[in-house]
Design a protein around this ligand. Structure first.
Ligand code: UD1
Length: 354
């Protein structure tokens, strides 16, 4: 079986790590990097730290407006798919790289599998929501991380093509958490239990200077140091909108490599974020999370009490972050840490059948 994975942005490298490991000895695995994320700290460190083989192809597409970026990927992927003619094109999550690869694959009649299928925010302002809905409806095989995702797919008439495999981010998180514990990796300059970790990068939060200023002010007003791991989009938007990121409690930092991020979150008093992955990582590490968005795809984290949403009412952020520690839970809505092996099983099973 020949599987061609297309990745391009930071969360996709994290998801690729356990898949690449599970493919070893079981499939010929071609990795194509679109180049959507290209900085050392947004891309290269993930391949290095997570032991992912170097991409076979890098399209080096870089940044751009949605149409420009997605279009460049689509044009770049077509000859690559024609060259390799894989048994499966495997796409991940909800970025512009996901959508471009999905469209390129279906136009060439190549079987398409979508990992992390069925997530919905029901917020059509999010580019990620367009990407996931369009990709799910184009794909031949929908690999869902949770029962909630399976239910969304069934509602949209896609049950026949859907399989619940669990969440591959749980696989990689558990492995790296154990490595971090064994190695005793400690985040530099962070006093255990005495700081928060924050990330903000979604367009709805960064691109309106008034909204961004209100978020930064709320973070700066928290009662402990807030290590703000600044995504390039945040830095660029703050500069363009004249928002000073270095205020009050904020300690401005570059994004962290994955093991450093896990070490930092594990020892923190809480996480404040608009990232999808980090909400779940906080839950799996049993660190309280506050999400700066009106809704979340990872509803289980909220239902279990480990995540609280703060949308427009930013003055409420302080109370949300300082809320009492949630009740302990043994729930495992994101699987058992063996999702990647199940993905390879399903791909080979469905290939034989077709
Ligand atoms: C993308 C994904 C989002 C994912 C996020 C994780 C889309 C539509 N969005 O958002 O789903 O949660 O990645 O990080 O695909 N930049 C750099 N260096 C880089 C990458 C980006 O400087 O390595 C800057 C560019 O100036 C760019 C901006 O960051 O304009 C945003 O990058 P972009 O690729 O548009 O999307 P993200 O916001 O990173």
């Amino acid at each position: 079986m020949r599987v061609l994975s297309v990745v391009g942005a930071r969360p996709q490298f994290v998801k690729l790590a356990p898949i690449a490991a599970a493919m070893r000895d079981r499939a010929e695995h071609i990795v194509v990097h679109t180049g959507q994320h290209y900085d050392e700290i947004m891309s290269d460190v993930f391949f290095r730290d997570l032991g992912i083989p170097a991409p076979d192809v890098n399209l080096a597409v870089g940044s751009g407006k949605h149409g420009e970026q997605t279009g460049a990927m689509l044009a770049g992927l077509e000859p690559v798919f024609e060259k390799y003619r894989p048994d499966w094109v495997l796409v991940y999550g909800d970025t512009n790289s996901t959508l471009a690869a999905a469209v390129a694959a279906v136009k060439l009649h190549l079987p398409l599998a979508h990992l992390e299928a069925g997530l919905r925010s029901f917020n059509r302002r999010m580019p990620e929501e367009h990407n996931r809905v369009l990709t799910d409806h184009a794909a031949d095989l929908l690999l869902a991380p949770t029962q909630v995702a399976m239910d969304h797919l069934a509602t949209e008439g896609l049950a026949q093509r859907s399989v619940l495999v669990g969440d591959v981010m749980t696989d990689v998180l558990y492995q790296v958490r154990d490595q971090v514990e064994r190695s005793g990796l400690r985040p530099a300059g962070m006093e255990p239990g005495q700081y928060y970790v924050a990330t903000i990068h979604r367009p709805d939060n960064t691109d309106d200077p008034a909204r961004l200023a209100a978020i930064v002010e709320a973070l700066g007003g928290l009662d402990r140091p807030v290590h703000l791991l600044a995504h390039p989009r945040l830095v660029a938007a703050a500069e363009a909108g004249g928002v000073d990121l270095q205020q009050g409690s904020i300690v401005l930092t570059t994004p962290l490599a994955y093991p450093d991020l896990i070490a930092a979150v594990s020892s923190s008093a809480g996480v404040v974020t608009d990232s999808g992955g980090l909400q779940k990582e906080a839950f799996l590490l049993r660190v309280p999370c506050t999400t700066v968005r009106p809704e979340t795809e990872w509803v289980e984290t909220v239902e279990l009490g480990w995540n609280e949403l703060v949308g427009s009412d930013l003055p409420r952020l302080r109370a949300a972050v300082q809320r009492p520690r949630p009740a302990a839970t043994e729930a495992t809505p994101y699987g058992d840490g063996h999702a990647a092996a199940r993905v390879v099983d399903v791909l080979s099973e469905r290939m034989t059948r077709s």
